[in-house]
Write a protein that binds this ligand. Structure first.
Ligand code: UT7
Length: 316
């Protein structure tokens, strides 16, 4: 995993906008978040996480067949950030592509890269969900600037004996909610400096309450669907690692699913919402803390801009 060193606390935010530590903690669960420096783009964190993942797996970069960077905050519109990572780590035999599934980047990435391995297209892969959303935060909008942090992780994937790894996954989308979380300008619809972009903004807009309602429902729906697909129940789940957008969303959805609090991994207080980066960093820390052990059944769920969402079951 890789996160910026710089930490922005709720007390720092109290000096920037009309907010309070009490409001932020009680409404979101966030106490602090890591904020990238101007020179630290998505590839900066992706490269560091990739190098650590390869070191820990004991796999040389040249043996990788594919690199997938799951991000909505790529270094550039093009080239893809995955190509920048491929060059930086010396993965000279790998293909590279970016995947844009917002806060469901880990879920979509596991499904896509996992399928490529299962059907024999590739043998060795690196999935890197990473985001630097604070680059696009409107620091005058108190309803969004308190929520986000930067960072990401890297997951090395290869074919196994079938005993451990991906069990099942579901991917969903509802484009009718596209307007609820956007960065309007900077793509091909409203290109920078074009006449069409006049009056448009290149910062994050989010309709918080609408997304909140969607998130709780989407978490429940996709978790129930993936459990059904695998022929499992919540009792089979050893650890639940949801996307970390709001503590209240996590507790509401876990309660409705009937998951006891000790089975739910939460780190939002330290990091805020890191979009695609939240789940891989949670997995890294859960394993380090001894909460995720070999053979455990892990359920992850992600949801965000698109709207997209999904869940997967993994035997660790
Ligand atoms: O990863 C992508 C997915 N994103 C999410 O899942 C986020 C989902 N949404 C949320 O987490 C919540 O909607 C927020 C945390 C964004 C907002 O919480 P809320 O409880 O839905 O608050 P609200 O937007 O309904 O606002 C309630 C009040 C408003 O004041 P009035 O109009 O009632 O007087 C806001 O102006 O809270 C006010 N408010 C704040 N007050 C102090 C909004 N932001 C702040 C703030 N500090 N930072």
């Amino acid at each position: 995993m890789s996160v910026p060193e710089k930490v922005l606390t709720n007390q720092d935010l109290e000096r920037m906008v009309n907010t309070s530590d009490e409001w932020i903690r009680s409404r979101t669960g966030v106490s602090e978040r890591h904020i990238s420096e101007p020179h630290q783009s998505a590839s900066y964190f992706a490269i560091r996480a990739a190098q650590e993942a390869l070191d820990r797996a004991g796999v040389p970069a040249e043996s990788l067949d594919i690199i997938c960077v799951a991000t909505v905050t790529a270094d550039h519109l093009f080239p893809g950030t995955a190509s920048l990572v491929q060059e930086a780590i010396g993965a000279k035999n790998a293909g590279a592509f970016d995947l844009g599934a917002a806060c469901a980047g880990f879920i979509y990435g596991c499904e896509i890269v996992g399928s490529m391995i299962q059907n024999g297209t590739v043998e060795r892969a690196l999935l890197i969900p990473v985001d630097v959303l604070t680059k696009f935060v409107n620091w005058e909008d108190r309803s969004t600037c308190i929520l986000f942090g930067d960072g990401g992780g890297a997951i090395y994937m290869e074919a196994g004996d079938g005993e451990r790894g991906l069990i099942a996954g579901v991917m969903r989308s509802d484009g009718s909610g596209a307007k609820h979380i956007t960065i309007d300008m900077g793509g091909s619809r409203y290109p920078f400096c074009s006449p069409e972009s006049k009056g448009r903004i290149n910062k994050i807009y989010m309709a918080g309450p609408e997304v909140y309602r969607f998130a709780v429902a989407a978490m429940g729906e996709s978790c129930r669907a993936v459990l059904k697909k695998a022929g499992m129940s919540v009792d089979d789940v050893d650890l639940f690692v949801p996307h970390q957008a709001n503590l209240r969303i996590i507790t509401a959805a876990s309660d409705r699913l009937g998951l006891p609090r000790e089975k739910v991994y939460i780190h939002i207080e330290k990091y805020g919402n890191m979009a695609a980066g939240s789940i891989p960093i949670a997995l890294y820390e859960a394993e380090r803390e001894g909460r995720l052990k070999k053979g455990d059944v892990l359920m992850t769920v992600g949801f965000g801009a698109g709207l997209v969402w999904g869940a997967n079951l993994i035997r660790w």
